[in-house]
Ligand binder design. Structure first.
Ligand code: DGY
Length: 322
């Protein structure tokens, strides 16, 4: 029996020995993702695909897959780049990597929140620009983090990990979510469920942890920024398209909010000439929420485990399809 053929859309931060024993592997070696047309051809001849959030796996691509195609395994927890109903219709299981990146993403969210509040990036530019002459009473002032009010939009694993960290900062924490979590957990985390609008009005820091879907696409637009405090700071480590980029620019330049720190953009990557990049009250990082060495290795191993299960016709350990 020939080994199943698989295609991996980038070099992975882990060993492939286990996979090599059972499959013939082709890896896309470029730094940029494979073009859509390349993937469209590949799926006709392979048995399994290990992909990333930068690969568009749409209905056309799924329908083009050959009859031996058995599994899509994504190395990410989010899967908004994959047409799940189309995969389900063809009985192709889709795997993802939940859980292992919760802490790394929560840590980066806190790094951004603190950097935005205490103007760390501006301060670094200030020193390197030769502007540090003396200690000044009014230099680079920002708001208190300790004792402030935090609003968490989306309360899954990552939202809850954010709340756990907020306990160390004596914060009042509101959350909003599709489903209210049980009262025991609310008590344990010291959080209060509230309506989205109320959270926007009350929070000094608003942090986004909801998946991207039709419901959350451009969830933050002009009217949401209007509700926020003028002193508020927005953090987004979820998906760029949850925030309308022009509305964000308007809010940051009109003083509707004080600042933002985003690890994700719309589009992604952000255009190098985007006016957002001219703003001192915005920090942008290149989608590195899960980028700790240990986390990325775990994500890759989990994606491989899903892929192997799919190739064997077994239920994926972490399957997205209903
Ligand atoms: C994910 O997993 O969805 C993150 O955005 C990247 O790690």
């Amino acid at each position: 029996m020939p080994k199943p053929k698989i295609f991996i859309t980038r070099r992975l931060p882990t060993k492939l020995d286990q996979l090599q024993e059972i499959a013939t592997i082709e890896i896309w070696e470029e730094r940029q993702p494979p073009p859509y047309e390349v993937l469209l051809e590949k799926v006709k001849t392979i048995d399994g695909l290990l992909c990333l959030l930068t690969d568009e796996i749409d209905q056309q691509l799924i329908e083009a897959a050959g009859t031996s195609f058995k599994v899509i395994s994504q190395m990410a927890v989010g899967y908004d780049n994959i047409d799940i109903p189309a995969a389900t219709a063809r009985k192709i299981p889709v795997g993802h990597t939940p859980g292992v990146l919760t802490d790394a993403t929560a840590d980066l969210t806190w790094a951004l929140l603190m950097a935005a509040a205490r103007r760390v990036v501006e301060a670094d530019r200030f020193v390197r620009g030769g502007e540090w002459r003396t200690w000044e009473p009014n230099l680079l002032l920002g708001p208190n983090i300790t004792g402030a009010t935090l609003g968490i939009v989306g309360f899954g694993r990552i939202g809850q990990a954010i709340a756990r960290r907020a306990k160390g900062f004596d914060m009042k924490v509101f959350y909003t979510s599709k489903h209210r979590c049980d009262q025991e957990l609310e008590k344990d985390l010291g959080v209060e469920f509230t309506a989205f609008e109320h959270l926007l009005q009350e929070a000094d820091f608003v942090t986004i942890h909801t998946p991207l879907s039709d419901e959350t696409y451009h969830l933050f637009g002009n009217s949401q920024f209007e509700l926020m405090k003028q002193s508020a700071i927005l953090i987004n480590t979820a998906r760029g398209a949850i925030v309308h980029p022009e509305a964000l620019y308007r809010a940051l330049t009109s003083g509707e909010i004080a600042g933002a720190a985003i690890d994700v953009t719309d589009p992604e990557p952000i255009a190098t000439d985007s006016p957002l990049l001219d703003l001192d009250n915005l920090i942008v990082t290149p989608h590195i929420g899960s980028a700790s060495r240990q986390t990325r290795e775990k994500m890759a191993n989990m994606a491989i485990a899903n892929l192997i299960a799919g190739l064997k016709g077994e239920r994926l350990p972490n399957c997205v399809n209903p």
